[in-house]
Each structure stands twice: as structure tokens, then as C-alpha cells.
Design a protein around this ligand. Structure first.
Ligand SMILES: Nc1ncnc2c1ncn2[C@@H]1O[C@H](COP(=O)(O)OP(=O)(O)O)[C@@H](O)[C@H]1O
Ligand SMILES: [Mg+2]
Length: 370
């Protein structure tokens, strides 16, 4: 607690260097708007696209307006982050401003998506500084960011994943023919994806062997590590998971079905955020036993990665009634139209209660190894 008030002091960190910068800003705007000012003192910290940290004056403009995405502007004096354990960890020092000691905030909400945010890097920084933060720790964040490693862990735990081929940077440069043969064995169509991206950035649905190389090159613009997956025929169903309270197991929300409309092939960036043709069915039309099973699998997928705080687990539900894991997001989008808050609202936890829950679980856990 800070000396001047008994409010919980929360640093909300958003923006960031990844291609999901804007989505993070929209999430942060909604989260801050939902925080009760009588209970919370908010320190809004934006990370500009160039990686610069800035103290943000007003969080009011953090929404999509007329299709224009918000962003953190690298304005004001330089912000530095000296690591000084004696002075309470990280300091955000901006010229002409009172320095903010991150060590003196009660908790950090790193509402960042993608590399340098959702992948364990900022979590590592906060661990070093000894600051409590919401969401997954270093390893879970890193594994949850990497579509290759997340599948390996789930497979090892006997959880259902579809067929895939990983294409590392060196393999692509030196063993391309062998990799292309492996990919062809998956059959077509395939989905070619950067291993560590999000918001459908860099993803192509490829219908024949002739399209693979260009799709891999496109994915490599986001990440030198690429994953190629057999296309799974099925409905897209997501489930929210929250760390349990009082040492209990994780809680899984009611699921949501993503209904992609229009002429889109799949749930791409535009359908996700811009064109308004995607709908969510919460809860989806599913047999009760299938709902129970997906909630159980979502909690198991969360535990398999040692996740903390929150995650959204995404599945395919095949026509013959099987669940296949697609991916986990350890910092799911929480814009007002995002599935995660909507699933929790349908499960009885409205947006402000959801934010309270995240802060509470983060405050309850110790910093350091746990
Ligand atoms: N193996 C697959 N089979 C069928 N559709 C897929 C597959 N992989 C991805 N997709 C489609 O592409 C979208 C984005 O892929 P996803 O792996 O979720 O990436 P991101 O991390 O960018 O959200 C999915 O929501 C789905 O519509
Ligand atoms: Mg996805």
C-alpha cells in the first residue's frame, strides 16, 4: 500500500512492441474504466511501439474509433527503468516528473499481448524487481506464447492436439526440401503460422503444396520459428480459465463459440477486431456432456502449463464430437467485445468483478519461486 492512501496501487502496463499493440491498448482502456476509483489507484504505463515506457496522462482515448486503432505515443521525456533493488526495484523516471517506483505499487497488470509482453520477458523483469503481477509467470508465459512448446507439453500430458510440423529457422534455410515433404504429409489444407504471434498475424490457410513456401516466408516476417498444422474441421469453441481462489483448482467459464461470418476463410485479424461480422454464441449449442468436458480440458490445459491468473483456451469441436486443443492465450484480449470477459459475464462474473479477481489472486501469491 502506498503511504498516502489505503487504496490498492495498480500499475497497468499496456501497448508494447508486438503487432498486438493496439489490442492491448483497448484492453487496458476497458480494464482501467472498470476499476473502482475508491478501491484502486491506477498508474497507467504505456509501452510505445519502439519499446519506450511512458507514463500515460489519459486513458480515455484507448478504444477503437471509426476503425482507427489506438496506440501509445512515445511522447514526453525519456523514461528509464533503473534496476535498483535497494530503492524498491524498478523506477519509471521521466524527465520533469516524479519517479514512480514499481516496487511501491502493490501489483502490476501486464496487459500485453504477444512477444515482449505475453511471452515471459516482462514477467522476468517483474520477477527480478520483486514486484507482484497478474497472470502467468515466466515459464507458463513463454510456453503459452510458443505454439510448438505448448503442444509438446499438452501431448506429454495426454491432452488432444492435432497433427503439426515445426519449421525452425535453420531447418528452413538448410533443410527446406525435407520440411516441405513433412508438411505435404499432413495433407491439405494446412494452416501456416508464426510460432509466437497472435491476433492471426502472419497466418495463412494453404490449400495445396504450391502455396506452402510463400506462406512460410510470410509467417517468418513475424517469427523465424514457424508451425504448420493440419486444418481441423470443427467449430471454434473457447473457454475462460481463472486461477482458483483459496488454493482451489482453476475455474473454467462457460464456453463461447466463435461464429465467423461473411466471406472470411477463418478467424483472421479483420474478423477479430474490425469488420463486425463475427459473433459469439455464449453458451454455444452443445450437449451438456460436451460442455462439461471442454471445461475440464480447459482447466487441465491451464494446469499442464502451470498457468496462473487467467487464460483463454481455444478448441476445435469436430463433427464427430471430439475436442482438439488449438491454443492457449495467457493474456487474452479483454476488450469490451472480447470473448474472455463475455464468457465470465455469462458465468456470473461481470467485468469489474473479473478485474477484482485478477488483482486479488495476484496480491495473494508471493513474488519469487512458487
Ligand atoms: N489447425 C487449424 N485448423 C483449422 N483452423 C485453424 C487452425 N489453426 C488456426 N485456424 C484458424 O486460424 C485462427 C487463428 O489461429 P490461431 O492459432 O488461433 O492463432 P492466433 O494466436 O493468432 O489467434 C483460428 O482461430 C482458426 O480460425
Ligand atoms: Mg487464436
Amino acid at each position: 500500500m502506498s503511504e498516502v492512501s489505503s487504496k490498492v496501487r495498480v500499475a497497468v502496463v499496456f501497448g508494447g512492441r508486438s503487432s498486438e499493440h493496439a489490442i492491448s491498448c483497448v484492453t487496458a482502456g476497458a480494464v482501467m474504466a472498470a476499476m473502482n476509483p475508491d478501491r484502486y489507484e491506477i498508474v497507467p504505463i504505456g509501452i510505445a511501439r519502439d519499446g519506450r515506457w511512458v507514463l500515460v496522462e489519459s486513458a480515455a482515448a484507448l478504444e477503437i474509433t471509426d476503425g482507427v486503432l489506438p496506440e501509445v505515443e512515445a511522447v514526453g521525456g525519456a523514461v528509464t527503468l533503473p534496476m535498483d533493488a535497494g530503492a524498491g526495484g524498478l523506477l519509471v523516471v521521466e524527465q520533469g516528473r516524479v519517479p514512480v517506483a514499481l516496487g511501491e505499487v502493490d501489483v502490476v497488470l501486464p496487459l500485453l499481448h504477444g512477444p515482449y509482453g505475453e511471452d515471459g520477458t516482462i514477467q522476468g523483469l517483474l520477477e527480478l524487481a520483486g514486484v507482484r503481477y497478474a497472470g502467468a509467470g515466466v515459464l507458463a508465459s513463454a510456453v503459452g506464447m510458443d505454439k510448438g512448446f505448448m503442444k509438446l507439453v499438452w501431448q506429454a500430458r495426454g491432452l488432444p492436439v492435432g497433427p503439426y510440423v515445426l519449421v525452425g529457422d535453420r531447418e528452413w534455410r538448410r533443410e527446406r526440401k525435407r520440411k516441405l515433404d513433412e508438411i505435404a504429409e499432413l495433407g491439405f489444407p494446412v494452416f501456416v503460422k508464426p510460432a509466437r504471434a497472435g491476433s492471426s498475424m502472419g497466418i495463412t490457410r494453404v490449400t495445396d503444396a504450391a502455396g506452402v513456401e510463400a506462406a512460410v516466408e510470410f509467417a517468418r516476417e513475424h517469427d523465424p520459428k514457424v508451425i504448420v498444422e493440419a486444418a481441423i474441421e470443427g467449430r471454434e469453441i473457447e473457454c475462460g480459465v481463472l486461477e482458483g481462489l483459496d488454493d482451489g483448482p482453476p475455474d473454467a467459464s462457460l464456453p463461447a463459440e466463435v461464429l465467423v461470418g461473411g466471406e472470411h476463410d477463418f478467424y483472421d485479424f479483420e474478423t477479430k477486431y474490425l469488420d463486425g461480422t463475427t459473433r459469439m454464441a455464449i453458451p454455444p449449442d452443445l450437449p451438456p456432456a460436451a460442455v462439461d468436458e471442454v471445461r475440464r480440458l480447459a482447466a487441465q490445459a491451464f494446469d499442464a502449463l502451470d498457468c496462473e491468473g487467467l487464460a483463454r483456451v481455444d478448441f476445435f469441436y469436430t463433427p464427430d464430437g471430439r475436442w482438439v486443443l488449438n491454443e492457449i492465450n495467457t493474456m487474452p484480449g479483454c476488450t469490451p467485445t472480447s470473448a474472455f470477459p463475455q464468457m465470465w459475464a455469462a458465468s456470473g462474473l461481470d467485468y469489474p468483478a473479473l478485474v477484482d479477481r485478477l488483482v486479488t489472486t495476484a496480491l495473494n501469491r508471493p513474488a519469487g519461486l512458487r
